[in-house]
Design a binder for this molecule. Sequence first.
Ligand SMILES: Cc1cc2nc3c(=O)[nH]c(=O)nc-3n(C[C@H](O)[C@H](O)[C@H](O)COP(=O)(O)O)c2cc1C
Length: 391
Amino acid sequence: MKVTRRKALLSASAFVGASVLPLRVMEGRAAAQQVPAKTDIASEPVSLSDFEVMARQRIPHMAYEFVAGGAADEHTIRWNREALDKIRLRPRILIDVSKVDTRVSLFGQEMPFPILLAPTAYHRAIHPEGEVATAKGAGAVAATYVVSSATTTPLEEIARVATHPLWFQMYVQSDRGFTRDLVHLAEATGCRALCITVDTPVLGARNRQQRVKFELPPGVKTPYLFDVNTGRGAIMRPQREIVTWKDIDWLRSFARVPVLLKGILNPDDADQAVRAGASGIIVSNHGGRNLDTVPATADVLPQVADKVAGRVPILMDGGIRRGTDVLKALALGAKAVLIGRPYCYGLGVAGAEGVSRVVSIPRTEFEMAMALTGRSSITSIDRSVLWPASQ
Ligand SMILES: Cc1cc2nc3c(=O)[nH]c(=O)nc-3n(C[C@H](O)[C@H](O)[C@H](O)COP(=O)(O)O)c2cc1C
């Protein structure tokens, strides 16, 4: 039979129609099949911002404000995000990315991916299981959890449930004997590194916390700390904490694990930190919680990296919410990143499981971003991953 051009066209469109429609239906079915039974699809979080929305709806308002808030008008919180958003990536095509290796090694510790949990205070104000749930959630996905010295759970209890190495964050407190004991305790409980937070000689103007009159739930205590977040209670001290470079020398003189300085923005401070013997540097503005209108960490990271020139590893935090952010931070000179607020939301919404999920999402996205920019290993990530104008 002779097939006219018109008939051919009609049958082709019938074919197209037949193939397109069922495909849509199939996609719908496939999606439905992937959703576990009884899951509330509308609220199934697929990105870290979904967790924030869920946390806002589900956790106590005071806890949400404590986590979400920052200093003063919160310009720096916004800038942390904007700085990452404005960086454009530069894809590469037709490269074999069948295997993407995200492993990094920090101070002899091998990590399957370069995302750590930043130290955050008061987990029992966010979820009844507090830091125990965080440690379980981190361990389940092999993430390193930096325990805050404003923990509401003793280190021994956290270490007991941890299945992956912990690090410990601390402040040099005016009672130096107490500070020394805390270092020893952290080491004795197996913490592999100490992050000394150096950006908080005084608290910032935490207006959101003030407005909700933030306080710890009854019975919840901080075993190791003056209260940097409320400046109240046992911790409230009339005098300021005077900590200088001499104290870093002192601390290093007896610490047996690597000492990192957390809260560096100024490249000159980064240089001085290296010369003072810091094992690593964390570029951080405390998630915009201390001094509002300091620059975004992504904006200062390249300058710090240039100054440090590979002498010690640099970590970075502030606004990391996507795998693409992780890639950008690494391209700008960080060896690894930390996330703060998102896992607090995960903890509040779903305890340990929520923490695990909050780590897994950017981890998977990071692998995707590496593949899509043609990078199959961490060492192949450099500034050429970034579109030149955005560097
Ligand atoms: C609720 C909360 C509590 C925090 N507590 C501490 C702390 O106890 N010690 C510290 O060094 N940093 C603390 N930070 C700062 C984080 O370690 C980290 O620098 C910051 O959260 C990273 O920014 P992000 O939240 O945008 O990811 C806290 C941050 C938040 C959100």
